[in-house]
Ligand binder design. Structure first.
Ligand SMILES: Nc1nc2c(ncn2[C@@H]2O[C@H](COP(=O)(O)OP(=O)(O)OP(=O)(O)O)[C@@H](O)[C@H]2O)c(=O)[nH]1
Ligand SMILES: [Mg+2]
Length: 253
């Protein structure tokens, strides 16, 4: 397995299909940020396998029945409220509200397949500290990505490579996992969708062992995306420049 400090981020080299290490007793939390996902949350909760010990839904701003439906369909769900707007704010709150050893983040729009959770878990059982879902790795794909977004992702990947030396095969897909004892390294200090890029930069610069899991991105089932290609694209560009200019101060954990 390669570490993030080496030139190439590992892609599938952790044999994600390998059966779970018999000695692993690590617990798994799934963290789901939700903003008006009442139409999608039943499907999403249904795809989460029973071996997941904890499901954390981060809401607080939904004006629909997301929270009530989540509690109804998944009585053990932990709902935490984050009133600050933005997926980044929700991610930070969710990652610290979760109690598992492995924290896997997935969206509530139906675009991410809960069956992949086992591959994220297995990658961490095999030593990865940060696991990134990838639509562009062999075996991955997307029903949702537009030409503009694919181009945008390629541009971001190029910047990540030039500025930081990080060779992710997918920069903007939000299915990821981090070991709880490594979450401080991510140090999320921005509130919007640009946090997803901040996270991959910080994971890489911290020298975490990184693996990628090929994923298929389905279409959002109901409702509208909260992401604006132009507004969020600009924020992403600014965060990349900010991280480069600021330099990197390692977090001690
Ligand atoms: N708690 C919380 N969740 C949010 C907020 N904004 C977005 N989310 C959730 O974050 C996840 C991703 O948001 P989407 O709107 O699907 O955006 P995206 O997946 O990055 O972009 P698309 O590919 O266009 O769907 C979804 O589960 C949203 O409900 C927010 O302000 N607060
Ligand atoms: Mg989405």
């Amino acid at each position: 397995m390669k570490t993030a400090t080496e030139e190439v981020v590992s892609t599938g080299s952790l044999n994600p299909r390998a059966s779970r290490s018999a000695v692993s007793t690590a617990t798994v939390s799934v963290v789901i940020p939700t903003l008006n996902e009442a139409g999608n949350i039943p499907y999403v909760l249904n795809t989460i396998p029973s071996w997941v010990q904890e499901v954390v839904v981060v809401d607080g701003r939904s004006t629909d029945d997301t929270e009530r439906i989540a509690r109804l369909l998944h009585p053990g769900v932990k709902v935490v409220h984050e009133l600050t707007p933005g997926k980044g704010a929700a991610l930070k709150t969710g990652l610290y509200a979760a109690s598992g050893d492995y924290l896997i983040v997935m969206d509530a729009d139906g675009s991410m397949d809960g069956l992949r959770l086992a591959e994220f878990r297995d990658a961490m059982d095999n030593g990865a500290q940060f696991v990134k879902g990838s639509r562009f790795a062999d075996g991955g794909g997307s029903a949702d990505i537009t030409r503009v977004r694919a181009l945008g992702d390629a541009g971001i990947r190029l910047l990540l490579r030039i500025f930081f030396g990080a060779r992710y095969s997918d920069a903007t897909y939000g299915y990821f996992a981090v070991r709880a004892d490594c979450r401080d390294h991510l140090n999320i200090d921005t509130n919007g969708f640009e946090s997803e890029i901040l996270i991959v930069i910080r994971a890489y610069r911290s020298g975490l062992r990184i693996a990628e899991v090929p994923c298929f991105e389905a279409n959002r089932i109901h409702g509208e995306s909260n992401l604006s290609a132009i507004k969020d694209g600009i924020k992403i560009a600014l965060i990349i420049v900010r991280e480069k200019v600021r330099g990197y101060r390692a977090v001690t954990v």
